[in-house]
Write a protein that binds this ligand. Sequence first.
Ligand code: NAD
Length: 382
Amino acid sequence: MLLGILKESAAGETRVALLPESLKALRAQGIDIAVESGAGLSAGASDAAYAEAGASVNADRNAILAKADLLPVVNAPDAADQARLKPGAVVIGFLKPLEAPAALVTAIDRPVSLFSMELVPRISRAQSMDALSSMATVAGYKAVISAADRLPRLFPMLMTAAGTIPPARVFVIGAGVAGLQAIATARRLGAVVEAYDVRAAAGEQVRSLGAKFLDVDLGGIVAEGGGGYAAELTEEALDRGRDLITRTAAHSDVIITTAQVPGRPAPRLIRRAAIEAMRPGSVVVDLAAPAGGNCELTRPGITQEIDGVILLAPLNFPAEVPVHASQLYARNILNFLGLMVKKGEIAGDFGDEVLAGACVAHNGKPVNPRVAKLLEVVHVSD
Ligand code: NAD
């Protein structure tokens, strides 16, 4: 069996799906590995390091696409690459099956089997394969570092002979994986941190990191959906959060906002009035930008200055920390492959909850019901 590792082709992508350190366990099973030349360079892995780990390095991307039986990727290959895949191959990665299912049609028709890291069920057994959490951790950290870099103030309180400098005040909205990492990072830099989440259960985690949890009375509305996620709120409940955010923004130097509801556009929580209430020089980092953003002024991918406030809307912070983002992602992929590959062959139990949950398409058909429905809609509107 041949496993291929490609140089990611999406604009701005610097991560790689597997690093040389990941190859030992695969080689031990007799799996051959072909790496596109330069695949790991921006993530700190040279062609020589892959070769030393037992891979053959090949400059011919198309040859790898045509021959690989197993293709772990960061992002979905584009349509031209999909058309070159070996029929029957297995592709695993962040394939965006719910956001952009139409972009997978060439691969589905080839047919190749598609497994999405976004769809790996978030159950305890699959925690070591949870690539969304890995990337959210990196993004939460990077959001604080980026804000600290741009803020015209220091984060920690300093007592000097020239007087005392007060600590920066950071407000984190959404205390999930990214938000909790942002809180921990901001605290380590010495900031005073407040956080808000609709899930009351997040309060204890926020407090355990030394931050203040801001409670909002949602009038008895159930804010917890399934699987530890937030539910989509009514406009009235959202408004109560927006009021709190506007009040808190007025004394915050930095806002890191991460609120998301799975499968839905990000809730619009930060009004223009909240941005206007902040001091010039303040920084807002909207980590929900890929899902449209939490701020009504956000333009995904674009940094703006609004009345002196910097509003960042990054689409791919993990790609700005490619070494560790790739390391975490590669381990998630390797653990996932542990379920799928036995003795060097693709032979896992495909009825297993994790493999079945992550499977997008097999044998030329979408097997995930939500993807199938979305593709029907796409076909009708064609
Ligand atoms: P997410 O990215 O979907 O959302 C981020 C945060 O935004 C969540 O905490 C959510 O409650 C919050 N949010 C949504 N709407 C909001 C609103 N209107 N106002 C304020 N906050 C709002 O979530 P995530 O970070 O991927 O994870 C969320 C939960 O899932 C957490 O409880 C986490 O511990 C849990 N989780 C479990 C596992 C596992 O068991 N394997 C893995 C990862 C996460």
